[in-house]
Design a protein around this ligand. Structure first.
Ligand code: TMP
Length: 211
């Protein structure tokens, strides 16, 4: 019933993306939309295997250039098998992280990295940029405290220093400032229902534009 729509959620650690995505999925599905939920890195068997490689182990296991290549290998597989077909079929795709995470996490490190990321974006993401990107923004210490209560072993990034996470937050805000049409921020310290209401208003506006 709907034209395709590609929505991504972004933000630092502990911003509540997963909870919000589940609520958006429930709401949009109940309205009769075909909604595909996915995440990055991951979403396909191969990309999930790459997720294990990049998110587990020592914080210095990979350098930034190796990470960029791994994230983009996962992204190409995800685009090819899930995202492009779902959008071609007129579905709504909601993805927990996408290329803005590479820009923010790997891209703020240096010019060389940024050039490689730009080249990969142009060739791999190409015209499949998200229609709407919601960046959940929260004070770094609150986010890390929330993420710290999570029990899993995907901790390479969460174990890095406070300054690293502050730079990351600034990187996401810079992305929003650079592409205000596509990217919107929500204050993730607000009560869950308010965050959901704001996100839903953004999704509704994006659906309007597409119909
Ligand atoms: P999360 O999905 O549970 O937030 O964990 C994914 C982690 O992967 C998070 O720390 C950010 C990191 N990441 C990158 O560094 N670059 C990327 O391109 C993506 C998609 C994720």
């Amino acid at each position: 019933m709907s034209k395709s729509l590609f929505i991504t959620l972004e933000g630092g650690e502990g911003t509540g993306k997963t909870t919000l995505i589940k609520s958006l999925y429930a709401e949009l599905s109940s309205r009769g939309h075909e909604v595909v939920l996915s995440r990055e890195p991951g979403g396909t068997e191969g990309a999930e295997a790459i997720r294990d490689l990049v998110l587990k182990g020592d914080a210095n296991r990979w350098n930034s250039m190796s990470e960029i290549c791994l994230y983009y290998a996962a992204r190409e597989d995800h685009l090819m098998r899930i995202i492009r077909p779902a959008l071609a079929g007129g579905n709504i795709v909601i993805c927990d992280r996408f290329f803005d995470s590479t820009r923010a996490y790997q891209g703020h490190l240096g010019d060389k990295e940024q050039n490689v990321i730009k080249c990969l974006e142009d060739n791999i993401v190409a015209q499949h940029k998200p229609n709407l990107t919601i960046v959940l923004d929260i004070d770094v210490e609150i986010g890390l405290a929330r993420a710290g209560s999570r029990k899993d072993d995907e901790c390479r990034f969460e174990s890095k220093k406070l300054e690293y996470h502050q730079n990351l937050r600034a990187a996401f805000l810079a992305i929003v400032a650079a592409e205000p049409e596509r990217c919107k921020t929500i204050d993730a310290s607000l009560p869950i229902e308010e965050v959901f209401a704001k996100a839903l208003a953004m999704v509704n506006a994006a659906l309007e534009v597409r119909s």
